[in-house]
Design a protein around this ligand. Structure first.
Ligand SMILES: C[S@@+](CC[C@H](N)C(=O)[O-])C[C@H]1O[C@@H](n2cnc3c(N)ncnc32)[C@H](O)[C@@H]1O
Length: 273
């Protein structure tokens, strides 16, 4: 009997036809357009799946991506990098809590805030906590993400780890989080009513408008420059005149005046009134 030696894996880097096949399949199955994401990073993620599953390159990956399959689930998990934590980049959250939100509360009794790319909820729950600590019920938070599985985890609010809570003062951690027998932490129900979780792709027009504050952090780092600009324009369109856009610590908006924005302080931009 002939020996069935494993074939060398095709290099994904130059496999344009294979990439196009994956691109089309993912678009058909999920509505996600891979062309909006940086190609080298995307190929690294696809290669990791190919190697773990011992597939023979991108074309085979494309043909095996099927609705409801484990492979599609794995693709989504690797595609959506869900890393987050409460009060991520604490100094900026202090500015949000002590300057931006109190100023917004002077202009309106009910602050409308959008947490775009909210992952498992650490970001919107942190913001809901700020409003509770300010003793105001005056906020509605729309929290969106492209990944339905991570949104289910966000709604449940039970998958927080000790790392998620490391930026919280001990008294607030014990007030708003309960340690579970499995080692995770559950967020207090009191932080939930302010938040509505929804699935939304940031590469499509905003789910709502007239927000006082839009928080979109550590999401567009994976996008091409063109896609980043498109998303920035959508985020600005969702803001009220004078509203604030809050981005991640490693991100900047180049020539913000293109979008009618001006820099307020690091990570905070204001839409022209
Ligand atoms: C690294 S997490 C950032 C979470 C949080 N904003 C933070 O800074 O801690 C990035 C999130 O963006 C989501 N995401 C990626 N592409 C997206 C898109 N096109 N539309 C909406 N969300 C997207 C991912 O599912 C993931 O949950």
């Amino acid at each position: 009997m002939p020996i069935d030696f494993p074939q060398p894996m095709k290099s994904s880097q130059n496999d344009e036809a294979g990439y196009n096949a994956v691109h089309k399949r993912v678009l058909d199955l999920t509505g996600i357009d891979l062309d909006s994401y940086k190609r080298p990073q995307m190929l690294r993620r696809l290669d990791a799946i190919i190697s773990r599953r011992q597939l023979n390159g991108l074309a085979q990956l494309a043909s095996e991506l099927k609705p409801g399959s484990e492979l599609l689930q794995e693709f989504m998990e690797r595609f959506t990098i869900n890393v987050s934590e409460c009060f991520r980049d604490k100094p900026r959250f202090e500015i949000l809590a002590n300057q931006i939100i109190p100023e917004a509360l002077k202009r309106t009794q009910r602050v409308r805030l959008w947490s775009a790319g909210c992952s498992y909820g650490a970001e919107p729950y942190s913001i809901s906590l700020i409003f509770q600590e300010l003793h105001t019920a005056g906020c509605t938070i729309t929290a969106t993400d492209i990944d339905p599985k991570i949104l289910a985890a966000a709604r449940a609010g039970e998958s927080f780890t000790a790392n998620d809570l490391k930026n919280l003062p001990a008294n607030l951690a014990s007030k708003y989080f309960t340690h579970l027998p499995n080692g995770n932490y559950r967020v207090s129900d009191s932080l939930k009513p302010a938040i509505t979780f929804k699935q939304h792709n940031l590469l499509s027009p905003p789910p709502d408008s007239n927000f006082d504050i839009v928080v979109c952090r550590n999401v567009t780092i994976y996008f091409t420059e063109e896609a980043k600009d498109r998303v920035t324009q959508y985020l600005v369109n969702a803001l009220k005149p004078g509203g604030i856009l809050f981005i991640g610590e490693t991100e900047t908006i180049h020539r913000p005046n293109r979008f009618g924005l001006s820099l307020r302080s690091t990570s905070f931009y204001e839409r022209a009134a």
